[in-house]
Design a binder for this molecule. Structure first.
Ligand code: EPZ
Length: 430
């Protein structure tokens, strides 16, 4: 099992290039099978989740041609199997986007029902509500969602909770339904807009993505396109908080600063200097930072995917911070690990009270999930001494060349897989 070993104490300094948004790319790749023509997609992050989804897409008969690490050509003409197995769903929940894509194009899909996961129970009732409203017969049998329709017909659908996944999944199916679909109380995340833009570039007629109401006039067919995925706001934010926590000076390049507003606001509140450019943001952290409160909310609120990164940073800020997680119930596991590094935290329900400490001391910790894993690496980079992060397979699901990018900023971090590697690293840095 691979681990990261980190020698903390070096401020991160320099420029880092941000890749394409994983969560936009996952939905876009699924939507690519909705045409019989070839679709070219660029600026994909080269991370495990993307590779698993590409395997699932090839597995149902689509042709998948990897042009290079960040680009792929997909042709959905050969799709002959409408069944996505549990193995894929277990590895990557976003395989459920194939439900909306297959149902939209072929009016039929069978996809293993995703279970809960490390960050919470994660129901998909709103996805199913949307498909049913469009006229699909949706049953759950033997652990599978089986969705079928003679025809899908546009409807007025009100989502009971704001869900990124349900918004995108139902939007995909409605793109090829008959007539007008109106989706209300939808998610406004930048990746929802990106998927709508992608579908429109294939000939779909989707308006309003990025607002509370999306209107979709169904079309009979979609066609070829060439598309570049938007930059990953969460990868960018992760490096911005890494700069803050290590008292560094980092410029994240190839970003859309507008997507980073909530992150920038919190960095300013705790006392960082932030400079915005057209497609870059510089974060400078000098001296001791001060506490603040944060509550995760759907976009444009503070993202749940950035909660562990800000939590780690606040644990080093002077004063008492309150972090409230309102999206997923199980996203505080990293705080127990952080306490082992000296953080002073108390969790009650969906809130954590964090009393800032002067510093962390390196320890062996475990990544409970993707974002929490990245946050623990930030803690290790800010800590005194050596930190070992276990279960980094979670981090590799969503961060491309994570340790290489941190190293390019002066972080001392290696990916290791044996006690021998750990001894070698320890000798080298001591
Ligand atoms: C997406 O998950 C992201 N994943 C998550 O990123 C992210 O944390 C989340 O949105 C919130 O921003 C992908 O895009 C692949 P939701 P998703 O549906 O779509 C409840 C990461 O680290 N809900 O917006 O599954 C749900 O329980 C990952 O990259 C229902 O009740 O999230 C949650 O409380 C982790 N019924 C809230 O809505 C439903 O049918 C928001 O979930 C659907 C959701």
């Amino acid at each position: 099992m691979e681990q990261y070993i980190i020698k903390g104490g070096n401020p991160l300094v320099g420029e880092v290039e941000i890749g394409g948004a994983k969560n936009a790319a996952l939905a876009i790749l699924a939507a690519a099978i909705m045409t019989d023509e070839t679709v070219f997609i660029d600026n994909l992050p080269d991370v495990n989740d993307i590779n698993v989804l590409l395997d699932a897409i090839a597995g149902i008969g689509a042709s998948v041609h990897r042009v290079d690490r960040h680009a792929v050509k997909i042709n959905g003409k050969g799709v002959s199997d409408f069944n996505i197995e549990y193995d894929y769903m277990k590895k990557i929940r976003a395989s459920y986007y194939l439900l909306g894509a297959l149902l939209g194009k072929y009016k039929r899909a069978e996809v293993a029902l995703p279970g809960g996961c490390n960050i919470g129970s994660r129901p998909i009732d709103q996805h199913l509500k949307g498909f049913r409203a469009l006229g699909a017969d949706v049953e759950i049998e033997h652990g599978k969602i089986i969705a079928e329709a003679d025809r899908l017909v546009g409807k007025h659908i009100y989502f009971d909770v704001v869900s990124v996944g349900a918004t995108i999944n139902v939007m995909m199916a409605a793109a090829m339904a008959e007539g007008l679909t109106i989706l209300e109380n939808v998610a406004k995340e930048p990746h929802v807009v990106d998927v709508a833009n992608f579908l429109n570039s294939m000939g779909a007629n989707i308006r309003g993505a990025g607002t509370d109401v999306i209107k979709i006039r169904g079309v009979h067919r979609l066609h070829r396109t060439e598309y570049s995925v938007i930059p990953d706001q969460i990868e960018a934010g992760t490096f911005m908080f890494a700069a803050a926590a290590t008292r560094g000076d980092v410029t994240v390049c190839n970003v859309i600063p507008k997507h980073l507003e909530a992150t920038i606001a919190k960095l300013l509140e705790i006392g960082c200097e932030v400079e915005e450019f057209d497609d870059a943001v510089r974060v400078v952290s000098k001296g001791r930072l001060t506490s603040t409160h944060v509550k995760t909310l759907p976009y444009p609120g503070f993202p749940t995917d950035m909660q562990p990164q800000i939590g780690v940073t606040l644990a080093l800020c002077e004063g008492t911070s309150m972090v409230t997680e309102s999206i997923f119930e199980n996203r505080f596991k990293y705080l127990d690990e952080l306490a082992r590094m000296g953080a002073n935290v108390k969790i009650e329900g969906n809130s954590a009270t964090i009393e800032g400490v002067k510093g962390f001391s390196g320890a062996r910790v475990s990544a409970p999930d993707l974002r929490a894993g990245a946050a623990l690496c930030i803690a290790g980079l800010a800590a005194d001494g050596i930190t070992i992060v276990d279960d980094i397979v979670y981090i590799q699901r969503g961060y491309e060349r994570f340790e290489e990018k941190l190293k390019s900023l002066g972080g001392i971090i290696e990916r290791v897989q044996s006690e021998k590697d750990i001894r070698k690293f320890t000798l080298k840095v001591s």
